[in-house]
Write a protein that binds this ligand. Sequence first.
Ligand SMILES: Nc1ncnc2c1ncn2[C@@H]1O[C@H](CO)[C@@H](O)[C@H]1OP(=O)(O)O
Ligand SMILES: [Mg+2]
Length: 279
Amino acid sequence: MADEWQDPYDFAVEVAKIAGKIIRRAAEEEIKVNTKSCTVDLVTATDVRVEKIIIGAIKEKFGEDTHCFIGEESAAAKGPSVLTDKPTWIIDPVDGTTNFVHGFPFVAVSIAFAVNKELEFGVVYSCFEDKLYKARKGKGAYCDDEKIEVSDIKDIHKSVVISEFGTNRNVDVVTEICATMKRILLIPVHGIRGTGTAATNMCMVACGAVEAFFEIGIHCWDVAAGAVIVQEAGGVLLDVDGGPFDLMSRRMMSANNRTIADRVIKEIKIFPAERDDGK
Ligand SMILES: Nc1ncnc2c1ncn2[C@@H]1O[C@H](CO)[C@@H](O)[C@H]1OP(=O)(O)O
Ligand SMILES: [Mg+2]
């Protein structure tokens, strides 16, 4: 049988690179910043423009009617993000908007594609590093066309873990996040890191630079592409309580193996986050 999703996969790579080039150029000009849910949840004209360009290009190539879209910047206007069985593109045009605004050089274009509610491929372009991560279900994960694999470390004491502080400044939430970070440091692990973009963080798990990355509060567009990349690199993808991963839950644990994942999960203090699908 012909490989039905190869064409969209190749196109996603092409479009991610074009989007990354636009972001790099925009970073050299004045960046006007607006806010979304709160004063630290940032958005720029580049986020909106790049999402329009990506969705426009995909619609032009594959048609308006057969494909659906869940995009970070169009999501607010559309209401809850519901995944149907239709071919659906899940897009974060600028993952790491705070980094983009501040010139902290980790910003990614994240493009994923799901059919029958299953993720088929993911593409993450870390545009300032000029590194292209990609994976297709069942076909392995790659960085710049070289195969990548998760690390084989099983001893938590030899691990590096990524998590982020997010944008929620509710004092109870911040207290829980800090408590979790403290518990993980005291295991002890070699270190805690964070690039400021969930998509890139997941690629760090996929290429073996860190053993785990988890976060509560991320959205489906932050992690959909990385989810395929981590799994195809041999890693595990779970809920932060150790249960099955749920793309719309705003909770995600990714790790090189189940042993590391379970050990980190023991230290996570879970706080509520409203689902992306409004359920
Ligand atoms: N409320 C939230 N809490 C935690 N992470 C969030 C978040 N909203 C967005 N993120 C995403 O999580 C990572 C940092 O915590 C980034 O990928 C950021 O994506 P963004 O830059 O596209 O907003
Ligand atoms: Mg994002």
